[in-house]
Design a binder for this molecule. Structure first.
Ligand SMILES: Cc1cc2nc3c(=O)[nH]c(=O)nc-3n(C[C@H](O)[C@H](O)[C@H](O)COP(=O)(O)OP(=O)(O)OC[C@H]3O[C@@H](n4cnc5c(N)ncnc54)[C@H](O)[C@@H]3O)c2cc1C
Length: 287
């Protein structure tokens, strides 16, 4: 079935990405998968293509608001070549929207240009050892200091994608107790530099797929987070997390469709190369 959703401009972008993958990704991909890490400088190469700044306003060094179709094309081309860009899609497609939607002017000036340049990569830390689907149960705490200048972050997170290749981590933490009527009250989001004192990496978890990015445990011990790094309003974090999930689900569904399409294509190519179940077609003809 021929798709009509892409224009000539999209197809030119696709050709550019396909060429980039062949030169800058495929030759290194086995090593990235082995290390669970892409070369850090690779994200700056992506930035030179303009794809780190999707949706970042031009005044902050980005490409401005842009159709999600361009990110879809990147996903499709990665699936076609059986590679991935590490945690690029998490940083750009899932975490960046938190900053675009919630950051104030000062925060946008501090972070968005570095993100568009590929110098600041992002991860998000919601899940905890005892808290996955049920985010209202988050136990990581952020306590405002007596002088009101910073929060003190304590707790641990697990399953955090791309943490080891990120400079900034959006952390969900409890700032106030839940109320009897609303378990979801009292969570807040913070932008935490991954090199802050007390921010530690734990185990890198083994996975059977998505191996070119790490999935890590994190722990926070008295991490000082300036009040200027609170995203949005204190205690409203749960609703912010909910507002961003549709975008995450869109990226997962695009990835699933692109990978299924690529799998069918690989199977067709395999058979057309006269192999069936790993045997040359001729071997079956002789039996
Ligand atoms: C590869 C990978 C990358 C990840 N990256 C990140 C990341 O970057 N940042 C981050 O914060 N987290 C990340 N996660 C964590 C992910 O968000 C959680 O795994 C997910 O929220 C589910 O939590 P859980 O694993 O604790 O499962 P649980 O919440 O314990 O759920 C286990 C099962 O029970 C079901 N279940 C749970 N509650 C209910 C209910 N009320 N009713 C019916 N069924 C229910 C679930 O559907 C699931 O099938 C990642 C996970 C993986 C595997």
């Amino acid at each position: 079935m021929k798709r009509s959703i892409y224009t000539a401009e999209h197809e030119a972008f696709r050709a550019m990405i396909r060429d980039f993958i062949a030169k800058e990704v495929t030759p290194h991909f086995d090593r990235w998968e082995k290390d669970n890490l892409v070369d850090r400088d690779f994200f700056r190469k992506l930035a030179a293509l303009g794809v780190m700044g999707f949706d970042i306003p031009e005044e902050y060094g980005g490409s401005g608001e842009i159709s999600y179709k361009y990110q879809t094309i990147i996903t499709e081309e990665c699936a076609r070549a059986a590679v991935s860009f590490g945690h690029y899609s998490v940083s750009t497609g899932i975490v960046l929207p938190y900053l675009l939607n919630l950051a104030d002017e000062d925060q946008k000036k501090r972070w968005l240009p570095g993100i568009a340049a590929g110098d600041l990569m992002l991860c998000v830390a919601m899940s905890e050892p005892g808290t996955g689907s049920d985010l209202a149960g988050i136990r990581t705490s952020a306590k405002l200091s007596d002088d009101g200048t910073h929060y003190v972050l304590n707790g641990s997170k697990t399953f955090i994608t791309g943490a080891r290749n990120s400079e900034l981590c959006v952390v969900a933490a409890r700032t106030s107790p839940a109320t009897p009527k609303d378990r979801r009250h009292g969570l807040s989001l913070f932008v935490v530099p991954t090199d802050a004192d007390g921010f530690e990496y734990g185990r890198k978890l083994e996975k059977i797929g998505l191996r070119s990015s790490d999935t890590s445990e994190l722990s926070f011990t008295d991490v000082k987070v300036p009040v200027e790094n609170l995203l949005g309003e204190q205690d409203k974090g749960f609703s912010y997390l909910g507002q961003n999930l549709p975008r995450e689900r869109l990226s997962i569904s695009v990835g699933a469709t692109a990978n299924a399409t690529a799998a069918i294509r690989f199977a067709q190519e395999y058979v057309s190369e006269r192999h069936v179940f790993g045997q040359p077609v001729a071997a079956f003809q002789n039996t």
